[in-house]
Every structure is written in structure tokens, then in C-alpha cells.
Design a protein around this ligand. Structure first.
Ligand code: GDP
Length: 529
């Protein structure tokens, strides 16, 4: 028994020294640059540029899929792990750009906090807003980092107003820029009114030179810039852990990731403010404490990364206990044992075996073809557990799939079923089109490309896709499918769980339908809840 107790103490200690976060941002706000800078500050790498290759900087962009190489984008997301101030930070990648997909949202089910990265000149942008909404629905607290302060941008208070007015999020400054965007002198720390001034290192590849001035020195050296900064920061409330945790306020920081300015302060904020992994709610209404025997859930599946092996990797967030490579776990959905001989941690392109992992960590399980997104696994010696299924997110892209070769209909069906189960795309069947021509639904068009690639290469059933002029899926309440089916420009399709959904051209079309059918409501498929 003593061994068990000390094991559980050590799990609690390990969980307490972990922060699992994701960066949410719109393309080009500087996520890759920030990721590099974070890792650089944490000394995970020697020189910025070694994590995510961009441009001509040498990098380790994951390139498992042939398709990825052709398109020059990274579909496979890496979880980067580094230690800062003796805290293990797990930075889960949220793919952006053209590869925006359901996976991007799903990552947010596996983190305890998010960093919302804004471009100082642009403020809130569409993809940031979408990802922020998922955080809000899931109760993921958000730290805000305003990037590119070295360039001309918007006024600080204007950006703060935008957060309040558009997303009802109250900014509470951790620091405040001295000198407006573009004529940036340093950062005022709200806690002690000290200012850190920066001189950018040549090329931006190393940490900018810093000097810390106390309030008196700063007032003497920086004069009006300092006074203005103190006044500006004083207009807003100080960081408040309670409203941060409840999603009403956001700690606000400024900086320039490219020049490594303000990045260390961001890391400090993550360590000091972001919550450590805690008890995870279970479907039975309880919660699994972190010191319970090992358990975790799959938040992402990846297949065909290595064309020679056609392996399926299931990315798991550890929720409780200690994961040890080689342990046999129970796959909750099938109650079958699953051997974890080949467990991986994935860092960019490099996949190395992981020996053990603790709550908040990410583990990749190889040969995981039987697992699906949302599945729970747990240690057989402990009590069984089931975490809530992965929420379905609102699809915005729809296409009809058909087997290119009608003789391959069996492989086609098998492939469709597998892709649906893994969560690559949602597969809907409409009475009108029949199940030989299912309607694929996705959050981002890249999901279609991944599905096509795998249908051809993995299931030997190439398919053709016909994009549909639809962008909205809704619940039909009450289920008056015939009314929707007979409405011009609308379709009805059945989801895997049997529910019939209305598919419509756009939200205006949905409203027009509701006006002409006052007894039927078309209800959004609120994702992320
Ligand atoms: P991502 O698409 O969000 O990953 O953005 P990147 O990290 O690729 O950055 C987009 C562009 O913004 C690149 O040209 C970066 O060099 C630039 N950038 C990123 N951070 C900063 C910054 O702090 N200041 C300036 N001036 N440019 C930046």
C-alpha cells in the first residue's frame, strides 16, 4: 500500500507541475514565430528556427504525408513539450491556414488554457473568433498576447475595447507597452511598475537585449512615454484569477514574437496563471481525479503518416495516473485490451518513444486503428472510466462522394465507415442521394483532401467529390424533414446517430425557411459544448 500512496503523491506532484496549452490565432498573426520563441526561451532549442521550419530557416516541419510535402503545409500537428521554471509545458499545435479543420477544434478539448494571439494591427480576426468561441463553450480560460508591437498598429485601448465589445472578454493587463505600436520602447509590468526595455538583437534570431528599470529610473529616462503607460494600464483592472478561470476576463500581454520581446513574460503568465491539469469530468456525472490510475482520451487520429507502414496513430491526452510505455490498457468502447508497446511523443518531424507520461501530457499510440477520436482508455487495474465523447463541431463545407470505380463499392463503404469512425470527416446519408453517394461534411476543406487521399491510397477506392452549394447544418425541431426536403436549396441528411439534419445554403436561407415555417425551428448544432 505504501508504494501505491507514494505513486499517487508523485502523480499529483507531476500533474501540478504541468501546463497544457494551445495557441489560437488567425493565419499570419505569428503563431509559428511565437512557438519558436517560447521554445527558445525555455531553452528547448538553441536558436529560433529549429522547431517549425518556415521560409528558408532550417526546420522540422512534419512531412509524413506525401500530400503535405506537395502542398508545403503541415497537417500533422505536433505537441511540443519543454520545461520552464521546473514546469513542464505541453504546447499542443492548432493547425491553421488552409489546414483548418475539425482537428483544430478538437485540440482545444485536450488543453487546460489557451493563448489567444492577436496581430497588433488587426485585432480579432475570423479564425481567432471561431477558436475563441470553442474555448468559451468548453470553459477553457484564455490569456491574450498582442503580437507585432514592433510595427505600427492600433491603439492599445482600441484593442481592449474590441475584446469587450465583440467577445465580452475583459482584458486585465499583465504588462503594457511603453511607446505606441511601431515606436516601441519597452514593457511596463503592471505589478511593480518596472519597465523592461529591449534592444533587438540583429536578425531577431536570439533573445533581444533587455534592461530592467525601476519606476524611478523609468520615469526619469522614458518621461512622457512612461507616464502615459502607467496611466493607460491603470484604466483597466488588474489580473483576477477567478474571472480568468470563469472566462470573463483575460490576462493581457504585449510583445513581438519575432524579436523575442515579451515572450518570457508570457511564459511566466502561463506558469503562474494557467491551471494545472485537474479532475476530468466523466460521462456518469463524476470526475476522474488526476491521482486515479492511468486514463486518457483520444483527441486526434492520424493515419498513413508513414506510407510504408500505413500506421494509425492515436493522440491521447493523459487525464489521470502515470502512463508507462508497454502497459496494456483497456479500450473503453470495445472493452478490448490495447498494448502500448510503441508509444510516441511527437516533436515536429521527430517521433521518439515516450517512456512515461503524466496528466496533461500527450502520447501518440501507434497501430491504433481500432481507436477513434473521443475514445477513452484506462488501466485495467483501476476503476473503469468513460470521458464524454468528442463534441461534433459545426460543419461548413459539404460535398457528395462517389466511388470513381463502381466495382469498388465494397471498399468504398468500408473506407467511408472507417473515416467517419476516426472523425476524419462527418458522413451524412440523404434519402435523396442514397448511401452510395454520401454527403461528406467538414469544418475545413482540407478534411476532404485527407479523406480523398486515404480513400485512394489506403482503401484502394478512389472517389470523386462534388462540392455542394451548402454551408450550414441545423437540427430540425420538431423533426419535420419533409418540410425541409421540399424547400428549394435545402436538403435533409441523416447523421451516424440517426438524427436528420437540415443542410442549407447559408444562415439567411435558414432564417427564410423559419419565417415561412413558423412551427419548425432550425437549431444550430452548437459545437464544443
Ligand atoms: P503564423 O501563420 O501565425 O504561424 O505566422 P508566422 O509565425 O509565420 O508569422 C507571419 C509573419 O509575421 C511572418 O512574416 C513573421 O516573420 C511575421 N511576424 C511574426 N511575429 C512578428 C513580430 O513580432 N513582429 C513583426 N514585425 N513580424 C512578425
Amino acid at each position: 500500500m505504501t508504494a501505491l500512496t507514494s505513486e499517487s503523491t508523485s502523480v499529483t506532484t507531476q500533474a501540478a507541475r504541468r501546463r497544457s496549452i494551445a495557441v489560437i490565432s488567425h493565419p499570419d498573426a505569428g503563431k509559428s514565430t511565437l512557438t519558436e520563441a517560447l521554445a527558445l526561451h525555455a531553452h528547448a532549442i538553441d536558436q529560433a528556427g529549429a522547431v517549425h521550419g518556415k521560409g528558408n530557416r532550417a526546420g522540422v516541419v512534419s512531412d509524413w504525408l506525401e500530400m503535405e510535402q506537395k502542398r508545403g503545409i503541415s497537417i500533422t500537428s505536433a505537441a511540443l513539450q519543454f520545461v520552464y521554471r521546473d514546469v513542464v509545458i505541453n504546447l499542443l499545435d492548432t493547425p491553421g491556414h488552409a489546414d483548418f479543420s475539425e482537428d483544430t477544434y478538437r485540440v482545444l478539448t485536450a488543453v487546460d488554457a489557451a493563448v489567444m494571439l492577436l496581430d497588433a494591427a488587426k485585432g480579432l480576426e475570423p479564425q481567432t473568433l471561431k477558436l475563441f468561441e470553442v474555448c468559451r463553450r468548453r470553459g477553457v480560460p484564455v490569456i491574450t498576447f498582442v503580437n507585432k508591437w514592433d510595427r505600427p498598429g492600433r491603439e492599445v485601448l482600441d484593442l481592449c475595447d474590441e475584446l469587450v465589445e465583440r467577445i465580452d472578454l475583459r482584458p486585465t493587463p499583465v504588462n503594457w507597452p511603453v511607446g505606441e505600436a511601431g515606436r516601441f520602447v519597452g514593457l511596463l509590468d503592471r505589478e511593480d511598475d518596472h519597465v523592461t526595455t529591449y534592444r533587438r538583437a540583429p536578425g531577431g534570431a536570439t533573445i533581444a537585449e533587455e534592461r530592467t528599470l525601476d519606476a524611478e529610473q523609468a520615469a526619469a529616462e522614458l518621461e512622457a512615454d512612461y507616464t502615459e503607460a502607467v496611466e493607460g494600464a491603470g484604466l483597466l483592472d488588474a489580473v483576477d484569477p477567478e474571472t480568468f478561470a470563469s472566462g470573463e476576463s483575460t490576462p493581457l500581454l504585449f510583445g513581438a514574437a519575432l524579436a523575442n520581446i515579451g515572450v518570457r513574460r508570457l511564459l511566466d503568465a502561463v506558469v503562474d496563471l494557467a491551471p494545472a491539469p485537474g479532475a476530468r469530468p466523466t460521462v456518469d456525472g463524476g470526475a476522474r481525479p488526476v491521482d486515479a490510475p492511468f486514463s486518457g482520451f483520444v483527441f486526434k487520429m492520424q493515419a498513413g503518416m508513414d506510407p510504408k507502414h500505413r500506421d494509425h496513430v492515436a493522440y491521447l491526452r493523459v487525464c489521470s495516473g502515470r502512463f508507462e510505455r508497454g502497459m496494456t490498457v483497456v479500450h473503453e468502447r470495445t472493452k478490448r485490451p490495447f498494448a502500448t508497446k510503441y508509444a510516441l511523443s511527437v516533436f515536429g518531424r521527430e517521433r521518439s518513444t515516450v517512456e512515461d507520461a503524466y496528466p496533461g501530457d500527450v502520447v501518440g499510440l501507434v497501430n491504433a486503428g481500432a481507436l477513434a477520436v473521443g475514445d477513452t482508455v484506462y488501466e485495467p487495474e483501476g476503476p473503469a472510466v468513460r470521458f464524454p465523447p468528442m463534441p461534433a463541431f459545426e460543419p461548413e463545407h459539404f460535398a457528395v462522394a462517389r466511388a470513381t470505380d463502381p466495382g469498388k463499392s465494397k471498399q468504398f463503404r468500408k473506407g467511408m465507415a472507417q473515416l467517419e469512425q476516426e472523425g476524419v470527416v462527418q458522413v451524412l446519408v440523404s434519402d435523396l442521394r442514397g448511401d452510395a453517394s454520401p454527403v461528406l461534411a467538414a469544418v475545413g476543406p482540407l478534411q476532404f483532401e485527407v479523406a480523398s487521399f486515404r480513400m485512394e491510397h489506403e482503401f484502394s477506392a478512389p472517389m470523386t467529390l462534388e462540392t455542394l452549394p451548402l454551408s450550414v447544418a441545423r437540427h430540425i425541431e420538431p423533426d419535420d424533414a419533409p418540410a425541409v426536403a421540399s424547400y428549394t436549396g435545402a436538403e435533409v441528411a441523416r447523421r451516424r446517430d440517426g438524427e436528420r439534419l437540415a443542410l442549407l445554403r447559408d444562415v439567411w436561407h435558414a432564417r427564410a425557411f423559419e419565417r415561412s415555417h413558423p412551427d419548425v425551428a432550425l437549431v444550430p448544432l452548437v459545437g464544443g459544448g
